[in-house]
Design a protein around this ligand. Structure first.
Ligand SMILES: *Cc1c(COP(=O)(O)O)cnc(C)c1O
Length: 376
């Protein structure tokens, strides 16, 4: 009997020409950071995102969020409003800056930041302390957040928005690319994301001047002089030319990857929507998700665990949804504005295997296991 292979939640999926671009870097000795692949990857991203923004590629999505806060002058003692239902990397850079995160819960439609709670939090902070310095909103699992509503609140109080699009490259909001819908957008090319450079990220900004500033800060903030002269604290956050080569290859297949992940979602939906106990993260009109990860919400913790453990038994990886930041031990002393939505999602929700390289056989095997769940 053939032994079955492990099925992962989301694994890297190379397209074919990545090695060509990486070899070019080797052949031309452009191993140092900067070089033609960095420029090429940035141009590819810029045009994919609609040509209205500028892109600087960096060493990670976390680095991009950190630099964004630096550029927005977030400093020690400031408060930053951050979506609670997210991966910790959205919030950690707030701490790097010596600032304080204030966590905002989600709304039920998109599972992302609730605009009403955001406004309540802003009013509270203005009354009790001082105005928050920035807002970090997240297109979680590739589902756009309520951009118009969040931006309206942000504009009303004149607070800049950092758009965490780490999981949402390829998603659109009324035909505009996620990552381009606010003051500063960020992307991630970590190994589990929709495309990967093995590790990497990007910052999306409004103009060349801001891009130059991001590059300046990410390459050790070197002033213009023959020797090394510094009048600002810099960072070593630029993407290398070798990794950017992988990114160029991945850009050639990005649309295919989005399509494959959307097909995964359709498969799960088609097979599971007949069960009243299972809900999906649905697209609102005008919202287009890259379906980076297909998530379901069951009707109880024990049912979620039954599904997860049945899959595990057959060597299939699945995972509970993100644990909200306001429940994380590391952020236990942080202020938060909650409504129960993210806690409920964490309690009952499950991420299903969603790689763009899953075969129909893999999907059938996953479904067979899910359907074994008693009283689904
Ligand atoms: C992956 C991720 C990040 C961080 O990106 P890295 O490239 O891994 O540093 C930030 N926010 C969210 C929502 C992510 O999923």
């Amino acid at each position: 009997m053939l032994t079955k292979t492990k099925i992962y939640l989301s694994s890297p999926h190379m397209g074919g020409s990545e090695q060509k671009f990486v070899s070019e870097a080797f052949n031309t000795n452009w191993i140092a950071p900067l070089g033609p692949n960095v420029d090429g990857f940035e141009n590819d991203l810029k045009s994919y995102l609609g040509n209205k923004k500028e892109v600087a590629v960096l060493s990670s999505g976390t680095a991009a969020i950190h630099l964004a806060l630096e550029i927005l002058n977030v400093t020690s003692g400031d408060e930053v409003l951050c979506q609670s239902f997210t991966f910790s990397a959205s919030a950690n850079p707030i701490i790097y800056q010596g600032a304080r995160p204030v966590f905002i819960d989600s709304e039920k439609d998109t599972w992302n930041m609730c605009p009403e709670l955001l406004e309540i939090a802003i009013q509270d902070r203005i009354q009790k302390y001082k105005k928050p310095k920035a807002i970090i909103a997240v297109h979680l699992y590739g589902m756009p957040y309520k951009v118009k509503e969040i931006n309206a609140v942000a504009e009303k109080y004149n607070i800049p928005v950092v758009e965490d699009s780490a999981e949402a490259l390829g998603s659109t909001y009324f035909n505009k690319a996620c990552g381009t819908l606010s003051d500063i957008g960020i992307l991630s090319f970590n190994g589990n994301k929709i495309i990967t450079t093995s590790g990497g990220g990007a910052m999306i900004v409004n103009n060349l001047e801001q891009k130059e500033k991001a590059i300046f800060l990410s390459t050790q903030a070197r002033d213009n002089a023959p020797h090394y002269e510094h009048s600002t604290v810099g960072f070593n956050y630029r993407m290398s030319n070798v990794l950017a080569g992988i990114g160029r290859g991945q850009m050639e297949v990005l649309d295919d990857r989005v399509q494959a992940r959307r097909n995964n979602y359709e498969f799960y939906k088609m097979n599971l929507e007949k069960f009243d106990s299972i809900e999906f993260q649905e697209e609102v009109e005008g919202f287009y998700a890259n379906r980076w990860i297909t998530c379901i919400k069951t009707d109880s913790f024990s049912k979620r665990e039954q599904i997860r453990l049945t899959l595990l038994e057959d060597d299939i990886e699945s995972r509970p949804l993100w644990k909200p930041m306001h429940l994380q031990p590391v952020f236990k002393d942080c202020l938060h504005f909650t409504n129960g939505v993210s806690e409920d999602l964490f309690d009952k929700g499950l991420c299903l295997p969603s790689g763009s390289n899953l075969s129909q056989e893999d999907l059938d095997r996953i479904m067979e296991n899910i359907l074994k769940t008693p009283k689904l």
